[in-house]
Write a protein that binds this ligand. Structure first.
Ligand code: NOJ
Length: 719
């Protein structure tokens, strides 16, 4: 259908038909009808008529089911307008890849793109059209359960991942490639800054901070062509994002030029009432449509109130037309008017879903996501070692993580099974030791028995999937007490211990990292998790992940992140014993492990970095070169990181900001020269009047292995 005929279609629609295009519900609303009058339809006050004209459905998957839904819908829809089918395909459909915070640790955009491509393909053959991903909320508070869905605390890195995910989901040409699905970047904006890390909580920050740190990744996703954007649950400067005209009309539509579909988060239009920003449903609906929210997810206010608001002259019908046009255009772009079933194909489902190819990507991704935090000579495991694998995640399929709705735990490679492929079964004992959040004396005894006979203990510890994700905030982010007790009971045996952690957030590692000889963070590694971690434990692969979110020393420091400001009284090694400096009396300022940190099985040394010039002017390029040498015995990967600090700005500047990185693989003894180019554009920032420009003066530049251990150089910007 051409653009003109979409407009023609709009002109044939009644106002009820138009408004119905703007509501989204789950498929149970569509499955007939009489029972439904007392079920979901009645609950939302929706009539059958509305359902026959509805625009989109969420969470319908499976080629057979989606075809049936579409077919039935087209029979009942007067103008034959197909449904859009959307779902949360966050880190895989059935083949589950590592959670985003894990995958981000790979610092590998190509890998991220390939996981999204595979996820898109598995979803497309089930008949899905849109995924509610990527989630690109910048995060600084590991108490917030949804840090698991984010790529971390850095605006630049988050932006790179945002682009990679959008490319992976949508491909080059969404219209032509039915193995791809449309992306929906979320949650605009700053959902990751919920106060106290409590989900859905208030967000409070200046516009300058919003633009400097939080908005860039959404903007990157929009620039990469994300077809949809989802609003956040939270307020932005006192106005719920879903009714925030400034954010949605001015920033998203006008400044960024976004012409795609804006969808509310689940129930977020109605939640404006609870926020105290709308007196009733009609006011909430009016505010949302005025902000430019095209689709209302899972509440009925548009269909219940908009028509009357138009009749009373309180809402301009043109706003509704605009939204309907955007929805119809997306349907057109996806080719649904020509083929409403798009990629849905039962035969291809068999071939594509959980294919060997996708499992291989999942294994590679899980290997590259794992971060080695400590290793005092115990990893990799040596052949012939008698090993006791102990912990609630030793034989658990709960390694897929939150948002793996169609992943199956029984299809996940458990750690024990992965290890059995590497060692003789007679050398591997296994015991649970405790459950995730509780334990018994019998379980402990069994673990002690297994451990006594072993040369080394591998602990499989962590959080269950339910302990992070949406509404998964925790105030205490240590491992549950039962697991800390397990470590404490095993410790007196005096055996070497290596802990593998399955977790959805940076944890407070007291009682773990200080008690064991090695810590490998596996995150929620997905379907191939156990095989991938076994690859790493036995040295068939080497850990290469680097943290993209700081691991705090303790909850009391939070928020703790590398790109903070200096304060007027910064703590230094020289003034540490003075009182009136910015510090805690009872814990360090620094996180336990900083952004960018991760170990491998080899060591790297950095030669002194060299600058091509001491000054730089707009239009010029400064080249920073550093030689990195693998000084160990085995091959390994290193992420060489470049940070900048603007020493004196018009407003205060972060003590470090990541500007570039390079992931390199080096054979033992090999030296690689890494060159970064830096231009004046990368030194710009938002001033107090929100102008985006650079300032003359001194800049520091840091090249190194992480945000803490990096050599400082300096140069001048002259304008
Ligand atoms: C609520 C979540 O906040 C959002 O991320 C998700 O996409 C929607 N529900 C739909 O499931």
């Amino acid at each position: 259908m051409t653009k003109r005929s979409i407009t023609e279609l709009l002109s044939q629609m009644t106002i009820d038909e138009k408004i119905a295009q703007l509501i989204q519900v789950t498929p149970d609303f569509l499955t007939d009808t009489e029972a439904n009058l007392t079920g979901p339809l009645a609950a939302l006050g929706l009539s059958e008529d509305i359902i026959h004209n509805i625009g989109s459905v969420l969470s319908a998957v499976g080629a057979k089911e989606t075809k049936a839904i579409q077919e039935q819908h087209l029979k009942r829809n007067r103008l034959g307008i197909p449904l859009l089918l959307m779902a949360d395909i966050i880190h895989g459909y059935r083949t589950i890849f590592p959670v985003s915070l894990g995958l981000a640790s790979s610092w590998d955009m190509n890998l991220a793109e390939r996981t999204a491509e595979a996820a898109a393909k598995e979803s497309a053959v089930t008949g899905l059209h849109v995924t509610f991903a990527p989630m690109v909320d910048l995060v600084r508070d590991p108490r917030w359960g949804r840090v698991v869905e984010s790529t971390g605390e850095d605006p630049y890195l988050n932006g790179e991942y945002a682009r990679a995910f959008v490319r992976g989901f949508q491909g080059e040409d969404l219209s032509a490639d039915t193995d791809r699905i449309a992306a929906c970047v979320k949650h605009l904006a700053a959902y990751g800054a919920a106060e106290g890390g409590r989900d859905y909580n208030t967000v409070n920050m200046s516009e300058r901070q919003l633009r400097e740190s939080y908005l860039p990744a959404y903007k990157e996703a929009v620039d990469a062509g994300s077809e949809l954007v989802m609003t956040a649950f939270n307020t932005v400067d006192g106005v719920p994002a879903t009714g925030n005209r400034w954010l949605m009309r001015k920033v998203l539509r006008e400044e960024w030029g976004f012409g795609g579909v804006l969808i509310s988060d689940w129930g977020a239009v109605q939640e404006m009432i609870a926020h105290g920003a709308a007196a009733d449903g009609a006011e909430a609906a009016r505010k949302a449509i005025e902000a430019g929210v095209d689709i209302e997810m899972m509440t009925p206010l548009y269909v219940l109130d908009l028509k009357r608001l138009v009749e009373e002259g309180k809402v301009d019908e043109a706003l509704i037309d605009e939204s309907v046009l955007r929805v119809l255009r997306l349907k057109e772009k996806l080719g649904l008017f020509d083929n409403p079933y798009r990629g849905a194909d039962e035969e291809r489902e068999e071939e594509v879903i959980l294919s060997g190819e996708h499992r291989a990507v999942a294994r590679e991704a899980a290997v590259k996501s794992a971060v080695l935090l400590k290793n005092e000579g115990v990893l990799p495991l040596r052949s012939g070692q008698k090993t006791a694998l102990i912990g609630p995640f030793a034989q658990s399929g709960d390694i897929l993580g939150p948002w793996s709705l169609w992943g199956k735990r029984e299809e996940a490679a458990q750690l024990y099974n992965g290890m059995l492929t590497k060692t003789e079964s007679s050398l591997l004992r296994v015991a649970k030791g405790c459950d995730v959040e509780s334990g018994s004396e019998e379980q402990l005894e069994e673990a002690l028995q297994a451990a006594r006979e072993a040369d080394i203990i591998v602990l499989a510890l962590g959080e269950s999937s339910e302990m992070s994700g949406e509404a998964g905030s925790r105030g205490d982010i240590r491992l549950p007490k039962a697991q800390l007790d397990l470590i404490a009971r095993l410790k007196p045996l005096g055996k070497p211990m290596a802990a593998v952690l399955f977790n959805g957030r940076p944890l407070d590692l007291h009682g773990v990292i200080d008690e064991v000889d090695a810590v490998l963070v596996a995150w929620f590694p997905g379907t191939e998790g156990g095989n991938a971690i076994a690859d790493l434990l036995y040295g068939d692969s080497a850990p290469s992940g680097r943290l993209t979110m700081s691991f705090p020393y303790a909850v009391g420091q939070i928020p703790v992140y590398y790109n903070h400001y200096n304060t007027g009284r910064p703590l230094t090694p020289e003034n540490a014993d003075q009182r009136y400096v910015s510090k805690y009396l009872d814990m360090p300022n620094d996180p336990l492990l900083p952004f960018g940190f991760g170990l491998g099985y080899t060591t790297f040394t950095y030669a002194k970095a060299a600058l091509s010039a001491e000054t730089i002017r707009p239009g010029e390029t400064l080249t920073v070169t550093v030689d990195v040498t693998n000084t160990g015995e085995t091959a390994g990967e290193e992420v060489v990181q470049l940070y900048v600090r603007d020493v004196a700005g018009e407003v205060v500047r972060p003590v470090k900001e990541l500007k570039a990185f390079r992931k390199i693989k080096l054979a033992p003894g090999e030296t690689v020269s890494v060159a970064f180019e830096l231009g004046e554009e990368q030194l710009r920032y938002y001033h107090s009047d929100l102008s985006y420009e650079s300032d003359e003066g001194e800049f520091q530049l840091f090249v190194g292995a992480n945000s803490r251990d990096a050599e400082a150089l300096s140069f001048q910007l002259v304008k």
